[in-house]
Design a protein around this ligand. Structure first.
Ligand code: SAM
Length: 248
């Protein structure tokens, strides 16, 4: 029966694909891809010959409409992105949204996602976290965003480009302070995988020591803000000071 399958693909190690993902890619009528050449490599590795079709981001709305028409005609379609889970900082939102509105069934297969993989090995609190995707590229916009997030109590998870990591960490030192714990997870599941945890100022120095430490694909995580005495409202602090003065 007609259905859209959201199929996560490996974020590095080609073995990280589920049996069900492979069967789905084999059985559907069409695979909608972010980049057909990129997906062709995965498909040829697993000897899957299902036709592919590009779902480009800039015309995703129009392409989504065409796919919904095919789905309504009874086709089974899989959606993949270049790596990891579709829709997570990747295309697919318009397609899934339209499918839901048109009454087309959507099945999501669980699988690799860089954010969750990084978080599960970071050693930061995971009971609550905020996925922020990519920070804005422009300095001012990035600064403003970090200002908004500086008192966020949940662990923050960002995708970051290797070109911008140093600038972002420097900005984190100034906005969130030198002591804020950061974790940089790089090249997860690949040969040069590394996960490094340091207070912000030390992280900046460590990254500057060696260019290899900020190459490749990166997930940047920031410990949530821990409220302390100093962040109490001024009125509460004054009352506390008065009480302390009165105590024996
Ligand atoms: N949809 C993908 C997912 O589920 O993780 C994310 C796509 S987003 C366009 C690509 C970004 O994810 C990279 O710039 C990097 O920040 C992060 N990423 C992807 N693969 C990674 C890996 N193997 N190690 C670390 N970060 C990775």
């Amino acid at each position: 029966a007609a259905a859209l399958y959201i199929v996560p693909t490996p974020i590095g190690n080609l073995n990280d694909i589920s049996q069900r993902a492979l069967e789905t890619l084999q059985q559907v009528d069409l695979i909608a891809c972010e980049d057909t050449r990129h997906t062709a490599k995965l498909l040829s590795h697993y000897q899957i010959s299902t036709p592919t079709w590009a779902l480009h981001d800039h015309n995703e709305q129009y392409k989504a409409e065409q796919l919904v028409t095919r789905l309504l005609a009874g086709h089974r379609i899989a959606l993949v992105s270049d790596a990891g889970t579709p829709l997570i900082s990747d295309p697919g939102y318009h397609l899934v949204n339209r499918c839901r509105n048109a009454g087309v069934r959507v099945f999501a297969l669980p699988g690799p996602c860089a954010a969750v993989t990084a978080l599960s090995a970071a050693g930061l609190a995971t009971d609550r976290f905020a996925f922020e995707g990519f920070l804005p590229a422009k300095d001012k916009a990035r600064h403003d965003k970090l200002e908004l997030l500086k008192e966020e109590p949940r662990t923050l998870v960002f995708y970051e480009s290797p070109r911008r990591l140093l600038d972002t960490v420097a900005e984190l030192v100034s906005v969130m302070g030198p002591e804020r714990q950061l974790v940089v997870a790089r090249e997860l599941t690949k040969t040069f995988e590394s996960i490094h945890s340091l207070p912000a100022a030390e992280m900046l120095a460590w990254l500057k020591e060696d260019d290899n430490r900020h190459r490749g694909e990166i997930v940047l995580m920031v410990a949530g803000h821990q409220p302390d005495g100093e962040s109490l409202p001024a009125a509460a602090l004054r009352t506390l000071a008065l009480l302390r003065a009165e105590l024996p």
